[in-house]
Design a protein around this ligand. Structure first.
Ligand SMILES: [Zn+2]
Length: 224
């Protein structure tokens, strides 16, 4: 039964990876997509992914301590960031890391994105924060990503890209698209003038939608 589930999830990872590639959020050789199998195990795209050539047997099976289970391809060292999110947030079923162009631009400026659009709150959880600068491919990057994520489903990684998580692969793919569009709109608005955030009093309903439908933060971060 578990074997069937894993085979199915391998296909799910391939589908998600090819979707973010087709949407221009990653180029060959960058980014990674993972899904949770159970409490202690995940499946993740291999290092230096060639998206068009990706197939289920190339997906790497590993535990949350970073051990690869079985033979075959190896994961990217960026998987440490995914593992940190799965360990800290039991509800997360999918993590995506990409280097999409507009998010990458904001990441170099280390800019947060204030709440400027309703869908940002509904899908992503609020202001998108940028991490402190850390050395790439380290444990420190995972801790830094978790801090910037807070309760949210997405964060900007300083001078690097984005991390996105969700309760399902479909959620995480959708959030990745929403995040890149948001970054593009924010960047564009900054060229014209000073973007104005949505006043907090107008956000109550959207906050409820986020919490009810899309949030995947741990119980300890509940505000009420
Ligand atoms: Zn990266």
């Amino acid at each position: 039964m578990e074997t069937d589930k894993i085979e199915q999830l391998r296909k799910t990872v391939v589908r998600g990876a090819q979707e973010i590639h087709s949407k221009g959020l990653v180029e060959d050789g960058e980014g990674n997509v993972s899904v949770r199998i159970n409490k202690n195990e995940i499946l993740v795209t291999p290092t230096s992914t060639k998206y068009d050539l990706l197939s289920p047997e190339l997906i790497v099976h590993m535990d949350l301590d970073g051990n690869v289970l079985g033979t075959g391809k190896i994961p990217s060292t960026e998987v440490k960031m995914h593992l940190a999110v799965y360990k800290d947030r039991p509800k997360v079923k999918c993590v995506i890391h990409n280097h999409s162009p507009y998010i990458s631009m904001l990441s170099i400026l280390r800019k947060n994105i204030p709440i400027i659009m309703e869908q940002q709150l509904i899908f992503l959880g609020g202001e998108i924060r940028c991490t402190e600068i850390t050395e790439a491919h380290t444990e420190e990057m995972g801790a830094s990503a978790l801090k910037a994520l807070g309760r949210n489903n997405a964060a900007i990684l300083a001078n690097h890209g984005a991390i996105i998580c969700g309760k399902s692969l479909d959620h995480a793919v959708r959030f990745s698209v929403v995040l890149e569009k948001l970054a593009m709109v924010y960047w564009g608005a900054l060229q014209i003038g000073e973007p104005l955030p949505i006043p907090e009093k107008n956000l109550e309903e959207h906050e409820k939608m986020f919490t009810r439908l899309f949030a995947c933060f741990p119980k300890r971060l509940r505000s009420t």
